[in-house]
Design a protein around this ligand. Structure first.
Ligand code: NAD
Length: 295
């Protein structure tokens, strides 16, 4: 069986760790040739070593890159074309947590650095990636890592969330502009994924961090996002552009969490509200749950 990315050349930013690392190893296993572009030389080498151990050493190279710098992004795209002859897939995935302070305490420098690393980087990737994909005329796929933090408040620090909202918006604009070239542009919005970016040192801590927020019982792993990127990078997604694929274990579906589901509270009966008929629901049972959550 041939791989789902057979013959394709991909650049994966932030490919040294977490989601990018999982995607790099998955992409080469599916037949792609890959450039990982990252600031971290040590972790990049680890990925090259892992790929070699898995029998894909000749299909992957590393290009040390700061994705917020235009000349380095140009060089990153150039390295894929030089090494493998073309570019088909660009996964704009590199990221940091960025400014953590309250808005009233955030400096302009912290705000700008966050935005440069998370949003300018994606603009630069699309700009230079699309030019390279256009050159061969076969079309391609650009995938941007956004976040649930870019879709709702309260899912990340303010500067991070604003930048990720920008990624969602830019994805749509770019999808419109590049459709005629058959370049699809989509975003992925991960929820809580257990990577070095998150404040959890192991799976159990991560599970506790997400408890009461994420309905799905398992911890989100880098591979869960890499699979979404694999789909969006492959020809299976040929009609998919301008979308943001949420991969979050139901985190956003949970929403404000004001009304707990019946199974967890033992509620039963039928709520008639104010229509004048007898109400058989056991609504009183909701109260202890709300109080418990508030604590
Ligand atoms: N982990 C999560 O829960 C989560 C949730 C939503 C979105 N995301 C996003 O997923 C993406 C990947 O994050 P991760 O969780 O795998 O984290 P990670 O820290 O494991 O990996 C991020 C990688 O990006 C690299 N990087 C950071 N800034 C860079 C720059 N300017 N130039 C080049 N490389 C740079 C880092 O060196 C690192 O290798 C990020 O965009 C992040 O915002 C993560």
């Amino acid at each position: 069986m041939t791989g789902r990315l057979e013959g394709k050349v991909a650049v994966i930013t932030g490919g040294a760790s977490g989601i990018g690392r999982a995607a790099a190893l998955m992409f080469v296993a599916q037949g792609a040739r890959v450039v990982i572009a990252d600031l971290n030389a040590v972790k990049s080498q680890e990925v090259l070593d892992l790929a070699t151990q898995q029998g894909h050493g000749s299909a992957i190279i590393s290009q040390l890159t700061d994705v917020s710098e235009e000349s380095q992004v140009e060089a990153m795209i150039g390295s894929a074309v030089d090494a493998f002859g073309r570019l088909d897939i660009l996964f704009n995935n590199a990221g940091v947590g960025g400014a953590m302070a309250p808005i009233t305490e955030t400096t302009v420098e912290e705000w700008d650095r966050t935005s440069d690393m998370l949003l300018r980087s994606v603009f630069l990737g699309i700009k230079h990636g699309a030019r390279a994909i256009r050159r061969h005329g076969d079309g391609g796929s650009i995938i941007n890592t956004a976040s649930t933090a870019g879709l709702v408040g309260g899912s990340g620090p303010a500067a991070y969330s604003a930048a990720k909202s920008g990624v969602v918006s830019l994805t749509k604009s770019a999808a419109i502009q590049l459709a005629a070239d058959r370049i699809r542009v989509n975003a992925i919005a991960p929820g809580g994924i257990h990577t070095p970016l998150m404040p959890a040192s192991n799976d159990e801590e991560m599970r506790r961090f997400m408890k009461g927020r994420q309905p799905w019982p398992d911890t989100g792993q880098s591979e869960d996002i890499a699979y979404a990127a694999l789909y969006l990078g492959s020809d299976e997604a040929r009609f998919c552009t301008g979308s943001t694929l949420v991969v979050d274990g139901g985190l956003l579906a949970w929403g404000p969490g004001l009304f707990p589901h019946a199974e967890s509270t033992g509620q039963k009966g039928f709520t008639m509200s104010s229509i004048g008929e007898a109400d058989t629901s056991e609504r009183a049972l909701i109260r202890p749950v709300i109080v418990e959550n508030a604590e």
